[in-house]
Design a protein around this ligand. Structure first.
Ligand code: NI
Length: 175
């Protein structure tokens, strides 16, 4: 396994629409293993392939608590089949927008269909944090970031904050 570089805003690659995976094979699984390792190292709870520069419809996730056993989940070509009108307000963050958190409103429950690590088709309802996370990650597959759900002012503030943090880090390294 290998840790990959996570792209951050405003990298234009993050705006790309990812394409479906044609067949779930060992290459797909190597990529998912690397994505999971990258996500754990960050650390984060969800990661889409485009965040490591690969425009494929693949997501990894682990929603286990700090004291729980790791529970990795893998989603290939996920689709939302149904949602509910009831919305949930949740403070979101993103490895591509480091150290920035803001509340976003999304449906509280979504019915999803996807292929898992073995390429088996799964259909299930996701709710609460799982629903928030899968919708956030599926947005990435369509080139949408959680800050795109915010006002233009907040979005620009988030991008500036990330750019400044990267500049500061580069300056520190140069000293
Ligand atoms: Ni994200």
């Amino acid at each position: 396994m290998a840790i990959k570089e996570i792209l951050t805003v405003p990298n234009p690659v993050l705006k790309q629409v990812s394409r479906p995976v044609e067949s779930v094979d060992d290459d797909t699984r190597v990529l998912m293993d690397d994505m999971l390792e990258t996500m754990y190292a960050a650390p984060g709870i969800g990661l889409a392939a485009i965040q490591v520069g690969v425009p494929l419809r693949i997501i990894v996730m682990d929603l286990a608590g700090k004291d729980e056993e790791p529970a990795p989940r893998y989603f290939i070509n996920p689709e939302i089949l149904e949602d509910v009108e009831e919305l949930l307000l949740w403070e979101e963050g993103c490895l591509s927008v480091p150290d920035y958190y803001e509340e976003v409103e999304r449906p509280r429950r979504v019915k999803i269909r996807y292929l898992n690590y073995d390429g088996d088709e799964i259909t299930e309802w996701a709710e609460e944090l799982y629903a928030v996370c899968i919708q956030h990650e599926m947005d990435h597959l369509n080139g949408v970031l959680f800050i795109d759900h915010l006002s233009r002012l907040k979005r620009q503030r988030a991008i500036r904050k990330v750019q400044k943090a990267i500049r500061d880090k580069a300056l520190e390294a140069a000293e």
